[in-house]
Design a protein around this ligand. Sequence first.
Ligand SMILES: Cc1ncc(COP(=O)(O)O)c(C=O)c1O
Length: 327
Amino acid sequence: MIKTLLSSVPRIRIANLPTPIEKLPRLAAKISVSELLIKRDDLTGLAFGGNKTRKLEYLIADALSHGAKTLITSGAVQSNHCRQTAAAAAKFGLDCYLVLTGDSPQHYSGNLLLDYLFGAELVWCERERREMVTQETFQRLWQEGKRPYLIPYGGSNSLGVIAYAHAMIELDEQGVVADWIVFPSSSGGTQAGLVLGSKICGFKGNIVGISVDLDSAQLGQRISNLIAETINTYSLPVKADGSEIDIKDAYRGRGYGLPTDDDLQAVRDFAKYEGLLLDPVYTGRAAAGMIDLVRQGAIPSDASVLFWHTGGTPALFAENYTKLLSD
Ligand SMILES: Cc1ncc(COP(=O)(O)O)c(C=O)c1O
């Protein structure tokens, strides 16, 4: 019944689903955990893939149903969300405006280069003014008759949550049993969706979001609001009291986009032991957190752990991160 309710939410098929699940035996032996699996959402497709492809299936369907001609969203200079939104806009013949925080660099690299190739218009502003500039850009485009559709930061609203509730159901249908699921958490939509999906399919393991920027209280509040909003919007017969939201915020180092030595080491280890690419901002940080949780015994060594790869690999080729990784 709940699955039918979820399936009735309009969606445009963009992603290559289901994403594969692979075993990582060499890395499991190195970090001393009995089983390590990876869910490859870096293979969802749409401009190098990532978690936003799933969210955009719902967001683009909604935008088109509202007669949108232009997409607008915001993020950091190396935002994966902005890159994938720009790719989706190109694919569906829409204009795209990205409000990016910081200064325009002299050379474009990584995600920013891709934004440019997809033909997105870039609007630069300071981090503190991001919301205001996004709203102003929206108003301006509206007055110019460009029919803008605002995609929230990180694609995290109830549509983005529905996408990841579906992803959890997909995992359940793949028949994989894991005791722990670990992934990066930032705007909260991925974690809210996985928690909601786990209730729908009766998953009994632990779902742990490694925060890349906010503290547990702030991110937890955001995730619990997203879950409540989704349950209300779609009248889902599901109860959530917040106890399901497990966030580890000890791995944030000096903050967002500033990789720690452990983050960089995790990127190197996944590459060297399994031939897999993570990114220095999100998945590298989440992998470093996961490895530390195993080391501390918070994740027992006899557990089966699934690392949910949420994408982000183009950031590997951003000028500042290439330097850090090749040092
Ligand atoms: C590669 C990657 N992983 C994880 C996340 C976090 O997902 P969410 O914003 O849904 O918490 C992001 C968000 O931008 C991302 O780009």
